[in-house]
Design a protein around this ligand. Structure first.
Ligand SMILES: Cc1cc2nc3c(=O)[nH]c(=O)nc-3n(C[C@H](O)[C@H](O)[C@H](O)COP(=O)(O)OP(=O)(O)OC[C@H]3O[C@@H](n4cnc5c(N)ncnc54)[C@H](O)[C@@H]3O)c2cc1C
Length: 406
């Protein structure tokens, strides 16, 4: 037997819940259901932000906010003018959830628990009479005509559903993308984003936990980023690396995650200026051991490792440095090359780059340009961001726009 709804939202994640709740809040007469394949809803919200849920980012200007999206920068400009991070804060406040800003701009519930967000969504769906149907994995969708009207028919493993309007908020699910391709939608090949670099190198082997501000460039590409770099047991992580992994998601995938990076531990200082600075230090500290203390704004352990990598013995005094050793050190400081062999998952947040081709979506409504009454919200589309709460902001914004349009 078919179950009838005005609107079916497929996917019980962040985008699906936000869409369904906003639809019924705007029009309580509508009969709405969320179909979720898993036994539990909002699983990613639960584990997000290390269990704290980084809900959004304290960047309130749409034209600035879009800059955090390697895919979607152009398309999100309009949507963020409809629903931006400030609206997210207000929305959650109205629903009893207060958010706080951390020093780096990330925003979390004051409770520091993702459960607060889950409770908020579950309470809202109950209050609004939205049916949340779990264990319903959508297998296929059809577009039959009933009484002269095109409707959507959805088949799960156990039920059939009929709805006038269909919202797909299934995240990065290749099966759903395959299904949509049979409906003529183009899907941009999914590749991972937000990962860390695997590097085995004697210079960093003994330094897990050491962090410094650095500029990282990928050889033979325009990829470059500046920010905190964290040395890990496996290689390198931290915002500088994660940003590169996001902006370079496709390029690095094409390189099969085998590439060379150049690290400048002095950021914008080049090798020539570094050499001049080192010559000054040679005069100033002539009698002191070079390796003893970092003259730059990064940890001593890293300095000592770079000094040794420049062919300078641990006890060598500044006065005894040869020209070649000075040049080597300047090079290690500003242009040290490291070979990346593979990637590792970043625990806090990882996303998929790829999804429904943005050209096929009307960003005023998030409706498909190919099929009327078919809408998309969240990570199913080819939009993703760097870490910091931006990926959820995309889920909230797209969900809000779908609800508004419907
Ligand atoms: C570990 C981790 C931590 C993260 N932390 C953060 C963070 O703190 N801040 C941030 O901004 N972003 C974070 N992200 C990214 C963020 O979680 C995603 O961008 C966001 O969840 C996307 O929401 P969505 O609703 O589009 O997709 P999802 O959350 O993936 O939800 C999709 C839902 O659809 C269901 N589904 C899929 N296929 C079907 C089907 N055929 N039938 C029925 N149901 C189906 C899935 O089971 C799932 O419940 C994190 C990601 C990870 C992996």
């Amino acid at each position: 037997m078919n179950q009838d709804f005005d609107i079916i939202v497929v996917g019980g994640g962040a985008a699906g819940f936000f869409t369904a709740i906003n639809i019924v809040e705007k029009n309580p007469k509508l009969k709405v259901a969320i179909l979720e394949r898993g036994a539990e809803v909002l699983q990613k919200v639960r584990i997000s932000g290390g269990g704290r849920c980084n809900v959004t980012h304290a960047c309130f200007e749409p034209n600035e906010l879009v800059k955090f999206y390697p895919r979607g920068e152009k398309e999100l400009r309009g949507p963020f003018h409809q629903f931006c991070s400030g609206d997210t804060i207000e929305w959650f406040e109205k629903h009893g959830v207060e958010l706080k800003i951390e020093d780096d701009g990330r925003m979390f519930p004051v409770s520091n628990s993702s459960q607060t967000i889950i409770d908020c969504f579950l309470e809202a769906t109950t209050k609004l009479g939205i049916k949340v149907l779990t264990g319903q994995s959508v297998q296929s969708i059809f577009r039959p005509e009933i009484a002269g009207e095109s409707v959507w028919k959805i088949e799960t493993q156990s039920e059939n559903y009929i709805t006038e309007k269909l919202v797909l908020a299934t995240g990065s699910n290749p099966k759903v993308w395959d299904m949509l391709q049979t409906y003529g939608h183009a899907v941009v090949n999914p590749v991972p984003s937000l990962f860390t670099f695997n590097i085995k190198d004697p210079r960093i082997k003994e330094l897990p936990g050491v962090a410094a501000l650095a500029t990282v460039k990928v050889k033979d590409s325009k990829l470059e980023s500046t920010g905190p770099l964290l040395i890990t047991h496996w290689g390198m992580s931290g915002p500088a690396v994660l940003k590169l992994s996001a902006w370079g998601a496709r390029i690095l995938h094409d390189k099969n995650y085998q590439f060379t990076i150049y690290v400048n531990w002095l950021n914008d200082v080049d090798a020539n200026d570094a050499e001049i600075k080192l010559k000054e230090l040679k005069q100033e500290h002539a009698k002191k051991a070079v390796s003893k203390k970092s003259p730059f704004d990064f940890p001593n352990r890293l300095w000592e490792s770079l000094v040794l990598a420049s062919g300078i013995e641990i006890e060598t005094k500044w006065a005894d440095l040869s020209k070649v050793q000075l040049q080597n050190l300047a090079n290690q400081l500003t242009n040290g090359s490291f070979q990346v062999n593979g990637k590792s998952t970043f625990k806090e947040e990882f996303v998929t780059a790829g999804g429904i081709d943005l050209k096929e979506i009307n960003f005023k409504t998030m409706e498909s340009k190919l099929h009327n009454n078919l809408y998309f919200a969240g990570e199913i589309v080819n939009i993703d961001a760097i870490t910091g709460g931006f990926n959820f902001q995309n889920a909230w914004t797209s969900g809000f726009i779908v609800a508004n349009a419907i």
